[in-house]
Design a protein around this ligand. Structure first.
Ligand code: FES
Length: 340
């Protein structure tokens, strides 16, 4: 038996390693040619200190307080030269992947289906040469054939499936949108990843998911995982778009609500001319119970102004969520992060 350990490096690169029962993470990584930071390997220097984001583990009892204080241990900091996982874990490693002599994985994929949602978005499905391992919410860089360039997209499907899908904003004249207009079934593309620190953490309190436009994609992946494990914590999604026709994948959201009684969602449209029952931005439709007096983990994926507007809204309301993870995207780039 082995546990799957995701090493999420400072540069967003994520590598998955197997860890045998009773094996220390540092040893498991080394066995798989990843040189995590270390000096003494005896629990003395603290060089191997990381943070375990999710999962259970034994910290070990052969380290000294100088290497890992009690406070740090309570905040889930770990010494990888001592830590022995007791479940699958996600470990945030505070150095870039190149420092550990590793990098992104590559996947070969072929197009299996392209679904167009009017002029708003495209849903594209690929068959991959191997089921991609990623954390729900993460993204990959996809080579745009013939251009020598890549574009970044979050998986909208769940991890570990040989078929992966993405929800892509239709950008008139855009590089990827242009290629998708011409793409044919079974056409090949290359992907690298998985990447990003925007992924679902352990669920210990209600979740508030805020999606702007095709920023819905990573939440579809997270919802697949949450529904599969019959999550009982309350999960609320506010899905905001600019125009009426930008509201896509509503049937998929309704299906999640039917599968998972703890999940509910509302939609809103910013266009002042909309006929939608909820006009405005996500901040105008954030009911007090969704904020749960701050005892909530907030995940936001949308354009940069939306991230700024939501942070401003929390400040104005005097609400400090227990955690706030965000992904900002533009047509050319994705930036992930955490805010206090
Ligand atoms: Fe020195 Fe782990 S390598 S404490």
């Amino acid at each position: 038996m082995t546990y799957s350990i995701a090493l999420n490096f400072e540069d967003g690169v994520t590598r998955f390693i197997d860890c045998k029962v009773g094996e220390k993470v540092l040893d498991a990584a080394f066995r798989q040619r990843i040189n995590l930071p270390m000096d003494c390997s005896d629990g003395v220097c603290g060089t191997c200190k990381c943070r375990c984001e999710t999962g259970t583990y034994d910290l070990g009892d052969e380290y000294i307080e100088d290497a890992l204080s009690e406070d740090e241990a309570q905040q889930r900091h770990v010494l990888t030269c001592q830590m022995v996982p007791e479940s699958d874990c996600v470990i945030a490693v505070p150095v870039p992947s190149s420092t550990c002599k590793t990098g992104t994985s590559q996947f070969a994929a072929s197009v299996t289906r392209i679904t167009r949602h009017a002029d708003a978005a495209l849903e594209i499905s690929f068959e991959l040469d191997q089921p991609p391992v990623f954390l729900p919410g993460q993204y990959v860089n996809i080579d745009v054939p013939g251009s020598g360039q890549t574009r970044s997209y979050s998986f909208s499907s769940r991890p570990g499936e040989k078929h992966a899908s993405f929800l892509i904003k239709h950008v008139p004249g855009g590089l990827m949108s242009g290629w998708l207009e011409r793409a044919r079934e079974s056409e090949k593309v290359a992907m690298t990843g998985p990447l990003g620190s925007f992924y679902l953490r352990e669920v210990t309190r209600p979740l508030l998911l805020l999606a702007g436009g095709t920023g819905l994609a990573p939440f579809l992946s997270m919802l697949e995982v949450l529904a599969e494990r019959h999550e009982t914590q309350k999960v609320s999604l506010i899905y905001g778009v600019t125009r009426d026709q930008d509201l896509v994948m509503i049937e998929a959201l309704e299906a999640f609500a039917a599968r998972m009684p703890s999940f509910s969602f509302v939609t809103c449209v910013a266009d002042p001319q909309t006929r939608h029952p909820r006009q405005g931005y996500v901040t105008q439709h954030m009911a007090a119970q969704m904020l749960n007096e701050g005892n909530v983990d907030v995940y936001l994926c949308g354009p940069p102004p939306m991230v700024d507007a939501v942070r401003q809204y929390f400040r104005e309301q005097g609400v400090a969520p227990a955690s706030f993870h965000y992904e900002k995207f533009t047509p050319n780039a994705i930036v992930t992060g955490d805010a206090a």
